[in-house]
Design a protein around this ligand. Structure first.
Ligand code: PMV
Length: 352
């Protein structure tokens, strides 16, 4: 899309960079075990509660950013389609921030692809903005020379969950300060390595369609209208602290129980505001998880801002759980993911 003079590309001083520069990054989505739901007041996209996630190998976004002076504006192409108007707003804001901080005088040409359904509650914004932040800052000077924390903060401004996809394994993001200033830095940080637990996440895909309501809209409606908003804001940090401790103790059953508790509390507060992401298939998958548990398999569910159900099991139980979930009506397919790496630069497609 033509972004007009967003970020003043034409006027910015050139910091001695090559006129044309290109970088490609890969990032994985993450699934929150303790959920972020709700923003601090004001600008800057600061979360109101802490969260803890696991970064998932097995699903990936690949993003190429080419800085060029031979263009008339920034352009973002997602899965082969150029984003128009508001669809590109968050990506363009991220690019404008990099341009301003790094003194660039070029437009960004962005091509990004997901190998999983986009914007349907499978955390495509997390991997998407993490990959964009890494590719857009590659090789450029910037505040703190764009170290991992600054890049995580940059991604967080587009989508708070994206801050966590910068890192591999188990990753935590604190709540923002109660009254954040727009330039406060808030980055995610790794809590435990990917091999800390032999975890398998079975992603039960229940639709290939985009979700009806974005997570930003859903959480804003929850805080504005849910009679349980205060209860959620009080409960989330408690569940988070308990889950963090259980994870560090490698207590999988407790991690699973607390993951369910976090997801259920989040959705209960949202549903009370009329924000319903679940479908019939969501409930069927929950029932299948409970049946697995009754049959002695330690399986636990979590659900984000969409109808899909993500099931946590330990590796030895994965084949049995996967078979049961795949046979559940409404589950279209099951993607098997394991804890994976953080966002990183890669060679351009076809160069390897
Ligand atoms: O980062 P966002 O704006 O896409 O919101 C993410 C919200 C949840 O996925 C439901 C929870 C989380 O912590 O990832």
């Amino acid at each position: 899309m033509n972004a007009g003079n967003a970020g003043n590309a034409g006027n910015a001083g050139n910091a001695g960079l090559p006129r044309e520069a290109e970088a490609t990054a890969v990032a994985h989505p993450n699934v929150a075990l303790s959920k972020y739901w709700g923003k601090r007041p004001g600008d800057g996209n600061f979360p109101a509660v802490p969260s803890l996630s696991v970064t998932l190998a097995g699903l990936a976004t690949r993003t190429r950013v080419r800085w060029t002076s031979a263009a008339t504006g920034d352009r973002v192409v997602l899965n082969g389609r150029e984003l128009q108007g508001g669809e590109a707003a968050r990506a363009l804001a991220l690019i404008a921030r990099v341009r301003a901080a790094s003194g660039l005088s070029a437009w960004a040409d962005v091509e990004t692809t997901n190998d999983f359904p986009t914007a349907s509650g499978l955390a495509s914004s997390a991997s998407g903005f993490a990959a964009l932040a890494v590719a857009a800052t590659a090789g450029h000077p910037g505040p703190g020379e764009w170290d991992a924390a600054r890049i995580s903060d940059l991604a967080r401004r587009a989508s708070a969950s994206a801050a966590r996809s910068l890192f591999g394994g188990f990753v935590e993001l604190d709540a923002g300060p109660p009254t954040p200033r727009p330039d406060d830095v808030l980055a995610a940080r790794p809590v435990a390595r990917a091999d800390h637990l032999p975890l398998v996440v079975l992603v039960c895909v229940t639709t290939e369609a985009p979700k009806e309501r974005s997570s930003t809209e859903g959480m804003q409606a929850t805080l504005a209208r849910s009679p349980f908003a205060e209860a959620w804001l009080a409960e989330a940090p408690r569940v988070h602290a308990q889950l963090r401790a259980a994870l560090l103790a490698r207590d999988f059953e407790r991690v699973g129980q607390l993951s369910e508790a976090s997801a259920l509390a989040m959705h209960a507060s949202a549903i009370a505001a009329g924000v319903v992401y679940w479908s019939g298939a969501t409930l069927d998958a929950i029932r299948a998880v409970r049946a697995l548990r009754d049959a002695g398999v330690a399986a636990y569910f979590t659900i984000d801002a969409g109808p899909h159900v993500k099931v946590l099991v330990l590796a030895p139980d994965a084949p049995r759980a996967r078979a049961a979930l795949a046979a559940t009506p409404g589950v279209l397919r099951v993607i098997e993911a394991t804890p994976g790496e953080g966002a990183r630069l890669v060679a351009p497609e076809g160069a390897r």
